[in-house]
Write a protein that binds this ligand. Structure first.
Ligand SMILES: NC(=O)c1ccc[n+]([C@@H]2O[C@H](COP(=O)([O-])OP(=O)(O)OC[C@H]3O[C@@H](n4cnc5c(N)ncnc54)[C@H](OP(=O)(O)O)[C@@H]3O)[C@@H](O)[C@H]2O)c1
Length: 355
């Protein structure tokens, strides 16, 4: 680990790029001395992205064997990949499924006594303790050097439960059912688009898809065992994930109370818009790199209460914004365990109350 607070992001994809951009832009308020990032493939079409991140203040790291290829593209790397890992105070891995775990085995474990903390994203189940800001902060201890930031839809489901069913740390959820209606791919991706809706299978015998499994394990870090089940399908759209929820509580609730629970939750945005493209384009206009950092956008007119205790409705998942907020929160906590919360005020502008 070199002197100063150095945050190193591995991966410049859908989540890595806006995360690096935000860390660079908010560096001063976050008291980060240097942001470094690892770019895997020397690709001509990625040149403007890399140059843009360097112009924002990020320092590029690449594998030794690829330095020449990057130079041929007119990009001058500053560090070799492992050197950048070694120098870092905190590492945020934003690579595809399985790569974070591989990196942990090959590199991160080697430096775990020198580096303050390591984070990996959604699909890296098993990387470390699961975390979503505002949900299980009290479950994270100084011993947790490896943190798994849960996926965007897990953040969304977790905050629905938090807002409606958790009161003074007590769980009032009798049963939660979720349908994750997912976008086929992100607007930044060309692969995996779909010609039509595609339904998912229920791989987990008790909880359906991995979304409920993940939210179950997230709450388990708090000692809460949820009764949850999820299904998923992908739609032929690139805009936003949407979730249909049905939460049955062991106490009475009115529609007005349910609405107030959402309005009172600082990580929740509410909207009267019913179309994903309108919510998405609001994020494009008012977010950072088009991202708002809320954990969910609740569609108020869809909230329905059945039998005085069951809340049903729709919400949108602000793509990767919620994972970015949890990633930066966990990073600041590693760097400033006693004062991280005040440094996060700089992100307040992207945590909207209404969309
Ligand atoms: N996309 C979202 O909305 C979202 C939301 C929440 C969480 N997540 C999670 O975030 C993680 C990354 O997702 P993403 O959507 O950002 O993926 P992505 O767009 O495919 O980007 C992946 C990045 O990883 C790099 N990479 C690929 N192979 C690598 C290797 N072997 N070593 C190091 N870097 C490598 C790629 O670099 P090159 O392009 O240079 O090859 C690329 O920059 C996943 O765990 C995902 O579940 C994503």
């Amino acid at each position: 680990m070199a002197d100063g607070n150095i945050v190193h992001v591995v991966g410049t994809g859908t989540i890595g790029e806006p995360l690096i951009g935000l860390l660079c832009d908010a560096k001063e308020d976050l008291e980060i001395d240097e942001v470094t990032f690892y770019k895997h493939s020397p690709v001509l079409t990625d040149r403007p992205k890399v140059k843009g991140l360097v112009n924002r203040g990020g320092n590029l790291a690449v594998r030794e064997g690829k330095i020449k290829e990057f130079q041929e593209l007119g990009i001058e790397p500053m560090y070799e990949a492992e050197e950048a890992i070694r120098r870092a105070s905190v590492i945020i891995d934003c690579t595809p499924k399985g790569t974070g775990l591989m990196n942990k085995e090959k590199y991160y474990n080697k430096y775990k006594n020198k580096i303050k903390g390591f984070l990996a994203q959604g699909s890296e189940f098993g990387f470390g303790k699961m975390y979503a800001v505002g949900i299980n902060d009290q479950a994270i201890t100084p011993k947790d050097k490896f943190i798994h930031i849960v996926s965007c839809n897990t953040h969304n489901m977790a905050v629905l439960i938090n807002a409606l069913a958790i009161e003074n740390k007590k769980n009032h959820l009798k049963e939660g059912r979720f349908l994750c209606i997912r976008r086929a791919n992100d607007i930044s991706q060309v692969k995996s688009f779909l010609p039509s809706p595609e339904v998912g299978i229920h791989k987990d015998i008790k909880m359906g898809t991995h979304h409920a499994v993940d939210v179950y394990h997230l709450y388990k870090t708090l000692g809460i065992e949820l009764n949850v089940f999820s299904s998923a399908l992908k739609l032929n759209t690139q805009y936003m994930h949407c979730i249909w929820y049905d939460l049955k509580l062991n106490k009475k609730i009115t529609k007005d109370e349910a609405i107030q629970c959402f309005i009172d939750n600082p990580k929740v945005a509410v909207t009267h818009k019913k179309a994903a493209n309108l919510v998405f384009s609001f994020g494009r206009d008012h977010g950072h790199y088009g991202r708002i950092l809320d954990q969910t956008v609740i569609v108020l007119p869809t909230i329905h209460v059945l039998n005085d205790n069951e809340i049903i409705g729709f919400c949108f998942t602000p793509q990767d914004g919620n994972s970015i907020l949890s990633s930066i929160t966990a990073t600041e906590r590693f760097l400033f365990p006693d004062s991280y919360e005040e440094k996060l005020n700089v992100l307040g502008a992207f945590l909207l109350q209404e969309v």
